[in-house]
Structures are given as structure tokens and as C-alpha cells.
Design a protein around this ligand. Structure first.
Ligand code: ADP
Length: 446
């Protein structure tokens, strides 16, 4: 199953492209968000550093006399209490030997001397020093600047500003990026699975199409192959019938009468089989697009007259009257002569087949663009429900009246397809128990 899916995956470029595209888009979104979060972190770091410098400047301005320790300390404590990001503020004075600094004021640090390099650096540097430190996982800015009275450096101010709040925010943002990426990946996986299913459906439908084509070619081939033996069977049955009929002595014998009946049955059955094979071959020709049409101007009056001549005997056998209202006037239309003849023969044969008593009438009507050949009968008619399926392949109305009537259920489907390929149509109007009108529409002009 897995191998199968794998091969499906690699056989189809569209799937690979769409997967690559989805992966690419997910990666881009991930890194883009990551980049912006990083940028945001840099900006907030910078802002906090500036804030520390600003606080220091303010304190520097506020302090009138560094040596008034109690007052300075009170002011520093007040400032630090207002801002929870300030971890510590210290004031340091350089020793007389310039070797160390005395921490004279501090909120949290011990007031011990220090010889920290950063402090000396800040003492020497006009701008002061700002470094990013970390203590127990908490990042903070340590900003050290000189305090001056006029031009003279009198002390150092050291400020520690925590980055905890902004770091917490950034951590939460990064966590969200991970979650969004995981969700995106899950969606991606689902899409891939879905694509896989879709592709399998496509494969299956391709396979079905192939099988359908194979079936069509098989039917075409089998029907074609059946034609020759069937012709032979019918030929021999005819021969046997004729020879038995010619010999009067044999004809009289009981056993020969029985044989004649059998031969007759063979003849009728092979006729039915021939009709079925012909119809199936016709269907397969239509479905495979192998139908040749030679559309020209044709004489409908001639076709209808010929059809009536051909089928009058069948009608008479059933005691049906068959008439045409076309008269002598040549009614012309656009179509393939043989195919139109085939349709009209089928419609008139059906009218005769499905009319137990009464008559069959052929007439024409016309409008600006079309000619309508209407085959009317006073037969069993068709129910509204059956009419919905009438032009489907192999559909036959099944009831006690149609039980003994043989047929393939393909004639109407073939006739409508042929009519449509000649830019016409075949429709029906019918009432059960009253009769039917089959209407063949053909174009007047090309
Ligand atoms: P077939 O006659 O070989 O069965 P058709 O495709 O020509 O196949 O017709 C399909 C079905 O339509 C027939 O089986 C019959 O039930 C119905 N039908 C066709 N023509 C008529 C008609 N003139 N009157 C009533 N029923 C008809």
C-alpha cells in the first residue's frame, strides 16, 4: 500500500509541485515571522537601553549634590519604585588613589568598593557604557555614566534595567510561531493525504475509462466476429427450409413437420441475434466516433414511400392500416440518406410492433428552419414514467403486452444519436393506451 502510494506520488508532478509549494510557503511564513520577532526584540532591547540612559540623565540632572547622600538616595528609591523594570540604581565615587570605586548609594547592591573594569571604562568614556548582561536567565542592561558638576566628573551612576517583560512577550510570540508552524504542517499533511486520495480517484477513473474502452473494443470485435457465423447459420437454415419444403413426401411426414418447425425457430432466433449484433455494432460505432455521415439534401418522400413498401406486409399481418400523408410532393431535408432511412424504418417498425390494432400514419410538418417527420400510431402508448427512460440504451417497457414482442432496446437510442449527429433530434409524445407520436426533426438547409 505504501509502495503504491509512493509510486503514485512520484508519478505525478502536480502533486510534487503542490507539496513543494506548500512546504516552501510554510517555511517562508515561519522564517518571515521569526525574522520580525527577532527585529522586534532588537528594537525593544534598544528602547530599554535608551530608557536606562534617559533615567540616568534625569537622575544626573536631579542630583544637586552627590555628597548629600540621604537626599539622593530618597530620590533614587522614589524613581525605582515607579518602574518595576529598574533592577538597581547605584551611585559610585572614585577613590582618591583612582584604584576603585566606593558604592555610596544603591537600592539592592551591597555598598562595598568595586574595581570593576566597566566602571573605569565608563569613567573614561564621555558617552558612558551600556552592556547586556544575564543573571539567572534574566537579561538586563547595565548602563554606567558619569555624573558631572559643570565640567568636573563627580560620580558614576549605574543603572540595571530588566528585559524580563519583553523577553517573556518574545518567548510567547516564538511559542505561537511554533504552534502555527505545527498546525500548518498538519494541514499540509492532511492536504497531501487528500491529494493522494484525489489522485487515486483519478487513477481509478482513468482505469475505468481504459476498461470502458477495452469493453467497447471487445464488444465491437465480438459483434463483428459473430456476424459471419450468424450469416452462415441463417443461410443454412434457409437452405434446409427450402429443400424440405420442395419435397412434398417429406413435407407430409410428421417428423419432418417437426424438423421444419425447429429450423424455423433456428431462423427466427438467428434473425434476432443478427438484429442484436447489428444494433450493438451500431452503438459501438457511435460511441467510438466511427460513424460516417454524408449529409446532403435528401428526398424524404422517397424514403417514406420505400419504408412503407418494405413494411406494408408486416402491418398487414397484424391487420394494421399504414398510410402516408406526404403525397407526391417531394419534401426535402438535410441528412444522410441511409441514416434517415434507418431511423424512419425503426420508428415505423416500432409503431407496427407496439400497435395491436388500428393504424400507423406518417406525416410531415415544417417551420422556418426544420422539417418534422411524425410517425403516429394508435398503439399501446407509453406512460409518463417510461418516457423518461425511453431513449436510454437497452431500455424496454416490460408489461404483459410487450412480453412477447422481441427487441434489443437499442433502436431508439441509436435513432436519437443518429438524428443529433445530423443536427436534428428525435422526440416523443405519447399517452398510455391511446398511442404515440415519434417526431424526427431534420434541418431544411445546411
Ligand atoms: P426495441 O423495440 O428493440 O425494444 P427500441 O429502442 O426501438 O427497442 O424501443 C425501446 C422501447 O420503447 C420498446 O421496447 C418499447 O417498449 C418502447 N416503444 C418504442 N416504440 C414504441 C411505440 N411506437 N409505442 C409504444 N412503445 C414503444
Amino acid at each position: 500500500m505504501f509502495m503504491n502510494k509512493k509510486s503514485i506520488l512520484f508519478k505525478n508532478n502536480t502533486i510534487i509541485y503542490s507539496i513543494l509549494l506548500i512546504v516552501f510557503v510554510t517555511i517562508i511564513i515561519f522564517f518571515n515571522t521569526y525574522y520580525f520577532v527577532g527585529k522586534f526584540q532588537n528594537i525593544t532591547d534598544k528602547l530599554l537601553q535608551e530608557k536606562a540612559v534617559l533615567v540616568e540623565d534625569i537622575i544626573g540632572i536631579m542630583i544637586d549634590d552627590v555628597n548629600n547622600i540621604a537626599e539622593v538616595e530618597a530620590e533614587i528609591i522614589e524613581i525605582s519604585e515607579k518602574d518595576d523594570e529598574i533592577l538597581d540604581i547605584s551611585i559610585l565615587q572614585i577613590s582618591e588613589d583612582n584604584e576603585k570605586f566606593h558604592r555610596i548609594i544603591s537600592i539592592h547592591e551591597k555598598k562595598v568598593d568595586t574595581a570593576d573594569e566597566i566602571n573605569f571604562l565608563a569613567w573614561r568614556n564621555e558617552e558612558g557604557v551600556a552592556i547586556l548582561n544575564q543573571d539567572h536567565g534574566e537579561r538586563y542592561w547595565r548602563v554606567v555614566k558619569t555624573i558631572r558638576e559643570g565640567e568636573e566628573k563627580v560620580a558614576l551612576i549605574e543603572l540595571k534595567v530588566s528585559l524580563l517583560n519583553s523577553d517573556k512577550f518574545i518567548d510567547a510570540a516564538i511559542r505561537q510561531i511554533y504552534i502555527v508552524t505545527v498546525i500548518a504542517l498538519i494541514i499540509l499533511l492532511l492536504l497531501i493525504v487528500n491529494h493522494m486520495r484525489m489522485f487515486q480517484y483519478v487513477l481509478k477513473s482513468n482505469r475505468l475509462e481504459e476498461l470502458d474502452e477495452m469493453k467497447d473494443s471487445f464488444i465491437a470485435m465480438a459483434s463483428h466476429e459473430l456476424k459471419s457465423p450468424l450469416t452462415a447459420i441463417r443461410g443454412y437454415a434457409e437452405l434446409l427450409k427450402d429443400s424440405l419444403k420442395q419435397d412434398d413426401k417429406i413435407k407430409e411426414s410428421e417428423s419432418m413437420k417437426e424438423n421444419l418447425r425447429y429450423i424455423n425457430n433456428i431462423d427466427i432466433s438467428s434473425q434476432r441475434l443478427t438484429a442484436l449484433v447489428e444494433d450493438i455494432l451500431e452503438v459501438s460505432r457511435i460511441e467510438q466516433g466511427n460513424l460516417t455521415m454524408n449529409i446532403t439534401q435528401i428526398n424524404l418522400t422517397e424514403i417514406v414511400t420505400k419504408t412503407i413498401e418494405q413494411l406494408t406486409n408486416n402491418a398487414k399481418k397484424k391487420g394494421l392500416k399504414i398510410t402516408s400523408e406526404l403525397g407526391d410532393k417531394n419534401i426535402l431535408a438535410q441528412g444522410d440518406y441511409g441514416r434517415v432511412q434507418q431511423i424512419i424504418i425503426n420508428l415505423v417498425s416500432n409503431a407496427i410492433k407496439y400497435t395491436p390494432e388500428g393504424s400507423v400514419r406518417i406525416l410531415t410538418k415544417e417551420d422556418k428552419k426544420n422539417i418534422y417527420i411524425i410517425v403516429e400510431d394508435t398503439g399501446m402508448g407509453i406512460s409518463a414514467d417510461s418516457m423518461k427512460h425511453l431513449f436510454s440504451k437497452f431500455y424496454r417497457i416490460k408489461n404483459e403486452k410487450t412480453d412477447k414482442i422481441s427487441g434489443t432496446g437499442l433502436g431508439l437510442w441509436i435513432s436519437r444519436e443518429l438524428a443529433r449527429r445530423m443536427h436534428g433530434d428525435l422526440t416523443v409524445e405519447s399517452m398510455e393506451g391511446i398511442g404515440s407520436h415519434f417526431i424526427l426533426k431534420l434541418k431544411k438547409e445546411a
